[in-house]
Design a protein around this ligand. Structure first.
Ligand code: AR6
Length: 169
């Protein structure tokens, strides 16, 4: 049985086997969660991202996919980087947002991670409406078979926390 839990705060302060990063396809850092993870995790994460770009993802990590690196100085064994879709009012990209969550759990299972912390992927710079993102995130992780024992959503502010809390019930 996988437990779904919720907490409010900064994901870089969490302790878990794997922390999910809401990255971009360049894998070279950015703002939001991505910036915070690289800042607090230190240069080892960026070094491994650069190696991944050189070896496997020359064209960038595609939207909806996930890949793991070291967690550097964070309280975790791995960071799982995933690229959420940018919100679109005209195109339904929810399959890609669901894919991010499924792919992160697939990578977590490959690694043997038992606890995985997710931020609210795509709800910041990428502009996805919180309620809809919470619905997709929670439904997807509930529907994905995994050996992960705890999936923790780490929400930065009250509004995000409330949106996820309504879905988890
Ligand atoms: N811990 C937990 N949640 C956070 C933190 C934190 N330290 N910081 C922000 N959030 P975003 P995206 C929340 O923008 O929308 C980056 O530049 C934030 O309030 O980090 O997937 C990347 O490089 C929001 O609810 O990710 C990409 O270019 C959620 O995390 C792009 O942004 C996601 O916001 C990805 O955009």
């Amino acid at each position: 049985m996988t437990r779904l839990t919720l907490t409010q705060g900064d994901i870089t302060r969490e302790s878990a086997d794997a922390l999910v990063n809401a990255a971009n396809s360049a894998l070279l850092g950015g703002g939001g969660v991505d910036g915070a993870i690289h800042r607090r995790g230190g240069p080892a994460i960026l070094e491994e991202c650069r190696r991944l770009r050189a070896s496997r993802f020359g064209g960038g990590l595609p939207t909806g996919r996930a890949v793991a690196t070291t967690a550097g100085e964070l309280n975790a064994r791995w960071v799982i980087h995933t690229v959420g879709p940018v919100w679109s009012a005209t195109e339904d990209r929810s399959g890609l947002l669901a894919s991010c969550h499924r792919e992160c759990l697939r990578v977590a299972d490959e690694l043997g991670a038992r606890t995985v912390a997710f931020p609210a992927i795509s709800t910041g710079v990428y502009g996805w409406p919180l309620d809809d993102a919470a619905r997709i995130a929670v439904e997807t992780v509930r529907d994905t078979p995994t050996a992960v024992e705890e999936i923790r959503f780490v929400l930065f502010d009250d509004r995000a926390y409330a949106a996820f809390a309504r879905r988890i019930g």
